[in-house]
Ligand binder design. Structure first.
Ligand code: FAD
Length: 295
């Protein structure tokens, strides 16, 4: 598959589900070494694309650009850079978009970002900034030949109704987005209901489910807070069955994620996007389970 094809083009023509990995920009040398090791371990799996997150208020701007460029220079990955519009002026956003373009990044995930404190804290537009992700999609598209992805929410966004979410997703498509990637979720039905609401609203974007394997008990509460995702009691119970055995918790988390992935693929989800947390073990375990190597 040629890497010069954008993610939108790939999703429009793919004959099999795509799979992709998300990383965050490392904060220090130890983090960089971990990311380099993780990328080396995931490279043989030949993901369709990888992405690098961006600090909500531009705080990680340079680190995101550096990590993105390092991946471009050292791998054959198709790379997507994230971009948020919280806490930044339009001029600052244009500079980042142009830096992505100069580095050869053709795919950008245009998201709003949250205020410090998370998605439920009332969001404030930065002076001279944009009002929402839809305006960011327009801005990115106006700066060059970029393929733009956007966020979608199987459990709904903290500050809107499910129906508003579907209308907002349609607006992002009309603004020039080519695909969506979802927030983490645990109820497979919520993903298919999101797709159904989007289609009823007239939105035809491929919606790639985001998969977050829970690798420790501590993460359970944190993920719910970060994403608003409902963690079903049966999922929490399975993870809490052996809370003092970290390896068992990780394996159970991978099994839960693999079961979710199987049901998503059986329902014809266009791909799977793994939030790797810059580690490879759980993602490799899940992919091996899906391929039947671990049963
Ligand atoms: C796959 C994925 C990757 C992410 N990566 C990052 C990252 O790298 N960095 C980061 O900081 N965050 C990231 N996020 C989190 C994201 O920034 C938050 O979820 C944020 O709260 C919403 O972003 P959005 O792009 O959906 O915003 P928007 O589409 O702007 O929506 C946010 C809310 O604003 C309101 N709204 C939006 N448009 C309109 C409109 N036209 N009219 C009225 N109301 C409107 C709605 O209430 C909506 O729920 C990611 C999320 C996902 C799903």
């Amino acid at each position: 598959m040629p890497t010069d094809q954008t993610i939108g083009e790939l999703l429009a023509t793919a004959t099999a589900p795509t799979f992709s990995f998300e990383f965050f920009p490392p904060k220090d040398e130890a983090g960089q070494q971990l990311l380099t090791k993780t990328i080396g371990e995931l490279e043989p799996l030949c993901p369709d694309w990888v992405s690098v997150t961006y600090g909500a208020n531009g705080s990680s701007r340079q680190r995101t650009l550096d990590a993105t460029m390092a991946i471009l220079q050292t791998t054959d990955f198709r790379v997507m850079g994230h971009l948020t519009c919280t806490g930044q002026s339009v001029d600052e956003l244009k500079a980042v978009i142009d830096a992505y373009g100069d580095a050869g990044v053709r795919n950008i995930l245009a998201i709003r970002g949250d205020m410090p404190g998370g998605p439920s804290v009332p969001w404030e537009r930065y002076p001279g900034g944009l009002a929402n992700a839809t305006e960011l999609v327009e801005l990115v598209r106006s700066r060059g030949d970029f393929c733009v992805g956007v966020a979608a929410f199987p459990d709904g966004h903290a500050t809107s109704t499910l129906e508003q979410d579907a209308e907002i997703l349609l607006g992002k498509q009309q603004a020039g987005a080519s695909f969506a990637v979802t927030q983490l979720f645990f109820e497979v039905g919520h993903y298919f209901e999101l797709v159904g609401r989007a289609r009823s609203a007239g939105c035809t974007l491929p919606i790639v489910p985001g998969i977050m394997p829970v690798t420790s008990v501590k993460q359970l509460g944190r993920f719910a807070e970060m994403s608003g995702a409902d963690i079903p009691a049966r999922v929490a119970e399975r993870l809490l069955a052996a809370p003092d055995d970290p390896a068992q918790v990780r394996i159970t988390g991978s099994q839960i994620a693999a079961e979710l992935c199987e049901r998503l693929l059986a329902g014809r989800a266009p791909g799977l996007h793994f939030f790797t947390q810059n580690r490879s073990v759980a993602t490799r375990e899940i992919l091996a389970m899906l391929r039947g190597d671990h049963r």
